[in-house]
Design a binder for this molecule. Structure first.
Ligand SMILES: [Zn+2]
Length: 84
């Protein structure tokens, strides 16, 4: 899997930490997270028919709690101005 560019990771982390300096996992309460190395696109469909083509979607990045594995998704556009 291709990883995010260093500039993208730095901008996301900087913006995220500025907004939420003390984030804790909602499940276990720990605060060590890992940024997973790729986007997660949430499919946006107006019905539940199987999509033959990749649907349009909401591009997110995922933080994984290093203690319990809980995943938190955040819209990229809220944190990074010029996406890759
Ligand atoms: Zn956790």
């Amino acid at each position: 899997m291709q990883r995010f560019e260093k500039k993208f990771v730095e901008e996301f982390i900087s913006s995220f930490e500025a907004k939420f300096p003390n984030v804790k996992c909602p499940v276990c309460g720990h605060s060590d997270f890992e940024l997973l190395p790729g986007y997660h696109v949430h499919a946006l469909q107006t019905n539940t028919d199987f999509a033959m083509m990749p649907p349009k979607g909401a591009k997110t990045v995922t933080l994984a709690c290093k203690t319990c594995g809980y995943l938190l998704n955040f819209m990229v556009s809220a944190y990074v101005k010029d996406e890759q």
